[in-house]
Design a protein around this ligand. Structure first.
Ligand SMILES: Nc1nc2c(ncn2[C@@H]2O[C@H](COP(=O)(O)OP(=O)(O)OP(=O)(O)O)[C@@H](O)[C@H]2O)c(=O)[nH]1
Ligand SMILES: [Mg+2]
Length: 303
């Protein structure tokens, strides 16, 4: 999934290395040039421009946001040619290592609300997390907070039945906040560990729907509001993350469909633009396909 980014970064390193070596051949004629070349930006101007333009284009094509691309270019320019890999490693680490949150710690019941635009994978991800929590011997209740989309309640009910997990549901058209509230009361009465609250998908540009989501949040006071983002949506993923972050407030992000994403840039972009931790990557359609996010692993795959 990160193969394309790997080749982009390996190419820029090779290009810089190639250009760095050139003046060494002319060492006798121009010794001063060699000593001046302590950082990449001292490369011959036209060569540097070409290398960086090529990099920029390739990063943008692979869903790396413009702002991140600019930062990466700056990082490269200021790096010592021989230390390019290390400098990039540090930069990516800085981008990907937002202060972690621990969804396994807190007072019972721990309430997690899933938000995001339509079809990104909220309900599936909620069910995957429910299944993983169950494996950790945690007692979970799910709240069918999507009372809007046709068949949304049946969809989450099917997961609840398959996983043998309690589901609190109301009828279609009812108040989503009330469903969440009832699920929390249920969890308190039964001394459960987790309440996982599903919500209806909505565009971040729809003010009314965003207000409704604010209400669910106000009523349920989740410990963690998690934005679910589809990695395939590219730059829109960044806009979603920014707007949901501003309007609703989020503690972390889950990127889904990483299994189908050949570009990989969404990971870097979303992490950079939100400053929030990526908690998991969705890597398929089955319950097991939710992998804890590990920045070091990702960096190893990129560089
Ligand atoms: N390949 C792949 N498919 C996924 C992943 N996560 C979710 N899906 C699929 O994406 C589709 C939409 O998933 P849902 O969970 O219904 O998405 P949602 O955000 O709840 O959708 P709405 O409730 O309509 O807003 C389903 O077909 C899922 O199986 C993933 O990590 N990888
Ligand atoms: Mg859903």
């Amino acid at each position: 999934m990160l193969g394309r980014l790997k080749s982009v970064f390996s190419k820029v390193r090779k290009n810089v290395e190639k250009e760095t070596k050139k003046p060494v051949a002319k060492k006798e004629k121009k010794p001063s040039f060699v000593s001046k070349l302590n950082v990449v930006k001292n490369l011959e101007k036209s060569k540097l421009k070409k290398i960086l333009e090529e990099l920029e284009e390739e990063l943008l094509t692979n869903n790396v946001a413009y702002s991140v691309t600019e930062e990466l270019k700056e990082t490269i320019k200021n790096s010592k040619p021989k230390e390019l890999k290390k400098t990039l490693e540090e930069k990516l680490k800085e981008i990907l290592s937002a202060e972690a949150i621990d969804i396994y710690k807190g007072d019972k019941p721990i309430k997690i609300m899933f938000v995001g635009v339509n079809g990104v994978g909220k309900t599936t991800t909620l069910a995957k997390l429910a299944s993983q929590l169950q494996k950790k011997k945690k007692k979970v209740v799910m709240a069918a907070g999507d009372t809007f989309r046709a068949a949304a309640i049946e969809q989450i009910q099917a997961h609840a039945e398959k996983l043998k997990i309690n589901l609190i549901k109301h009828s279609y058209g009812s108040d989503s906040a009330a469903v969440a509230f009832d699920a929390i009361e249920h969890a308190k009465a039964k001394k459960l560990d987790y309440v996982l609250i599903d919500t209806a998908g909505r565009s971040h540009a729809n003010e009314d729907l965003m207000r409704e989501l604010e209400k669910v949040k106000r009523v349920s006071k989740p410990d963690f509001t998690i934005l679910v983002v589809d990695s395939l949506t590219g730059n829109d993923a960044v806009d979603q993350a920014k707007l949901f972050g501003e309007k609703i407030g989020i503690e972390g992000v889950i990127l889904t469909k990483a299994d189908a994403d050949e570009r990989g840039g969404a990971i870097i972009s979303v992490a950079h633009e939100t400053g929030k931790p990526i908690l998991f990557l969705g890597t398929g359609q089955e319950y097991k396909d939710l992998k804890e996010f590990n920045a070091d692993d990702i960096i190893k795959q990129i560089l």
